[in-house]
Design a binder for this molecule. Structure first.
Ligand code: 5RP
Ligand code: CO
Length: 218
């Protein structure tokens, strides 16, 4: 069970300090938005590069951008260990995943809530992670969409069929209240933004989320 907190709701003026508050986070989830793929604008590769140098945890870049085929490799060069592109935006997802892996990063594909997994079954062996969005991408602090749970289950079944060690990440509205449902459905990697940075002690919240997810699978 991996906890990969989103820094979307952290203090952007002090990203290194905010990362240091969650020392046991498995990755730092950085939400890159371009105001085209989603109606919000956040940060780009230079910010990832600065944080990669300053933080101890590896970086998980979630690219909510148009034309990831063109831009995603820059995020590996900037120091991201894992790069997630949206399949709705990618022109050649297999080629892009291979390029990211050839650069030495983990390659990951994200699906918006209304995007089914089944058409992409053949892509799964090319990936290190699948990200199922459990809110419409674009903003933190939204309510978890329970209607995504059946897709998490179906994705888990497909990943088990493919074999190997492809992680299944959920992102959006993940909290102490919703993480058990995600874990029971088969997720093993959890993004939580407002739940972590809205807590008095973000580091302790990371551990509580992890314990709750582990508890759901026993
Ligand atoms: O990708 C995202 C939004 O598009 C964020 O990672 C996500 O929303 C995290 O924030 P929260 O846990 O508050 O929902
Ligand atoms: Co995200």
């Amino acid at each position: 069970m991996r906890i990969t907190p989103s820094l979307l709701n952290a203090d952007f003026a002090n990203l290194a300090g905010e990362a240091a508050r969650i020392p046991t986070a498995d990755f730092l989830h950085m939400d890159v938005m371009d105001n085209h793929f989603v109606p919000n604008l956040t940060l780009g590769a230079p910010v990832i590069e600065a944080l990669a140098k300053a933080a101890t945890q590896p970086i998980d870049a979630h690219l909510m951008i148009e034309d990831p085929d063109r831009w995603a490799p820059q995020f590996v060069e900037a120091g991201a260990s894992s790069v997630t592109f949206h399949v709705e935006a990618a022109k050649a997802p297999v080629r892009l995943a291979r390029e990211l892996r050839a650069q030495g990063a983990r390659a990951s594909m994200a699906l918006k809530p209304a995007t089914p997994i089944e058409p992409y079954e053949d892509l799964l062996p090319e990936l290190d992670m699948v990200l199922i969005m459990t809110v419409e991408p674009g903003f933190g602090g939204q309510r978890f969409l329970d209607l995504c749970l059946p897709k998490i289950r179906r994705t888990r079944a497909l990943l088990d069929k493919v074999g190997g060690d492809i992680w299944l990440q959920v992102d959006g509205g993940v909290s102490l209240e919703t993480i058990e449902r995600c874990a029971e459905a088969g997720a093993d990697t959890f993004v939580a933004g407002s739940a972590v940075y809205g807590a008095d002690d973000p580091g302790a919240m990371v551990e509580r989320l992890r314990e709750t997810a582990v508890g759901a699978c026993h």
